[in-house]
Design a protein around this ligand. Structure first.
Ligand code: GLN
Length: 447
């Protein structure tokens, strides 16, 4: 807590610290240690943890970094947060993000951006930028983020932390403010693969409050020490030739491939012919789901209320215009258009068909390989304001989005600094659905 007070003025990873909750939990664990009962406290006993601010923790704010929810206090706790605390984690607070998780830099936060601890002039990535910055700066040992199109993996890559998006359904979404319900998945940032795997163990599994959560009983730490001998690792030539991929990131991915091969893995070229359409499908499906999920922030059910209106329509309009920032408004307008009568058949329906094709591409690839190696982001962390065009910003996720579309597990593994920018580079490991242990095993070999 003292470290956050001293250093977070510069990084702005935290929106709120929860000192009372942290100290109560620490005292509880100290008492258990004194009584010789540490093992009863859970696998994260005493580990300082923090949460992206789209996750409810009873009695604290859940702002989604939006003026819309600036004064919202959670009446209940998200399952992923509750499980982290039940496992003995010490809750330090809530972390900055892009508004409602729309973005790749935290620049859309209504409360000001977070800064990359490696270079304070640069973005930490997003939308879980506060989570990545907190772990990279040593202001939390584990942080939870959410990933709809890359929002765990890309900031993990920019800040040089391990960052895991498990298979869709591994972690309950109950109590996490929804962006795209069919794409959203919660996962951990950590400084080692083992820490990330332990956090996955704590938060994974069926939750009666989220009907898409699965009865996962994987021990995510089980095969970390096995090495990659005999593992089949896929590389996607089209990803490596993609326009916009910088040479320093490409070199790091090739280096990682060679390293895995030298350790006994077999590299296999795989083709994902429809992955090139992932971005287009995502920017139809994502805004449609966001439009529908954000309808509840109408000043009556939830959210900022513009004062002084006598008619409801006027109150809705003024409250939503004032409460949502430009990127949130862009997504809502886009979703409302794409789902309107006449237009639906032209965009939403084909996007769902593309989704099926991409899912089939991955299923076919995984007949040949146990895991796929790819870039996370085409480049390293950029400067504030450097990427100002929204569609250029969307390209940050060109290598991560197809994984959410297909529901696979994906993670970013730090592999050192780029030769040109001297900033962290992560490589992406992608696993078949519900075989997240495969990517963690390969990541551990790169550590
Ligand atoms: N950057 C992507 C977007 O803006 C992904 C965001 C996310 O994964 N939450 O939609």
């Amino acid at each position: 807590l003292a470290r956050i007070r001293a250093l977070d003025g510069a990084t702005h990873a935290y929106l709120e610290t929860t000192e009372r909750l942290a100290l109560d939990q620490a005292e509880r664990i100290d008492a258990a240690v004194a009584a010789g009962e540490l093992s009863a406290c859970g696998p994260l006993a005493g580990v300082p943890v923090a949460f992206k601010d789209n996750m409810n923790l009873a009695g604290t704010h859940t702002t989604c970094s939006s003026a819309m929810l600036a004064n919202y206090v959670s009446p209940y706790t998200a399952t992923c947060v509750a499980r982290t605390i039940e496992a003995g984690g010490i809750p330090l607070g809530k972390l900055n993000m892009d508004e409602f998780a729309f973005g790749s830099s935290t620049e859309t936060s209504a409360f000001g951006p977070s800064r990359n601890p490696w270079d304070l002039e640069r973005v930490p990535g997003g939308s879980s930028g506060g989570s990545a910055a907190a772990v990279a700066a040593g202001l939390a040992t584990v942080a939870l983020g959410s990933d709809t199109g890359g929002s765990i993996r890309q900031p993990g890559s920019f800040c040089g932390t391990v960052a895991v998006k498990p298979t869709y359904g591994v972690v309950s979404r109950y109590g996490v403010v929804a962006f795209g319900s069919s794409l959203d998945q919660v996962g951990p940032f950590a400084r080692s693969v083992e820490d990330a795997a332990l956090a996955c163990n704590a938060i994974a599994g069926r939750d009666a409050l989220d009907c898409t959560s699965q009865d996962v009983r994987t021990d995510f730490t089980a095969n970390l020490a096995e090495g990659v001998r005999g593992m089949r690792i896929g590389v996607v030539p089209a990803f490596m030739e993609a326009q916009g991929l910088t040479s320093e990131v490409k070199a790091k991915v090739e280096e990682a491939a060679n390293h895995l091969s030298a350790l006994g893995a077999k590299l296999v070229e795989v083709d994902l012919p429809n992955a090139q359409a992932a971005m287009s499908a995502y920017y139809v499906l994502g805004p449609c789901e966001a439009f529908s999920n954000l309808a509840r922030f109408d000043s009556v059910r939830y959210g900022y209320r513009d004062p002084g209106h006598k008619d409801l329509g006027g109150q809705y309009e003024a409250s939503r215009a004032a409460g949502f920032g430009p990127e949130a408004r862009r997504r809502i307008m886009l979703g409302s258009y794409l789902l309107s009568a006449g237009v639906y058949d032209t965009y939403y329906y084909p996007a769902q068909q593309v989704r099926t094709l991409i899912t089939q591409d991955y299923a076919r690839a995984y007949e040949q390989v146990d895991c796929i190696l790819a870039p996370v982001s085409p480049r390293t962390a950029f400067r504030f304001g450097e990427v100002s065009d929204p569609t250029d910003m969307y390209l940050s996720d060109m290598f991560t989005i197809s994984i959410n579309i297909a529901g696979n597990g994906g993670m970013s593994m730090p592999v050192g600094l780029g030769a040109d920018t001297n900033l962290p580079v992560g490589v992406q490991l992608i696993s078949p659905q519900f075989k997240d242990e495969n990517m963690l095993r390969a990541a551990a070999a790169l550590e």
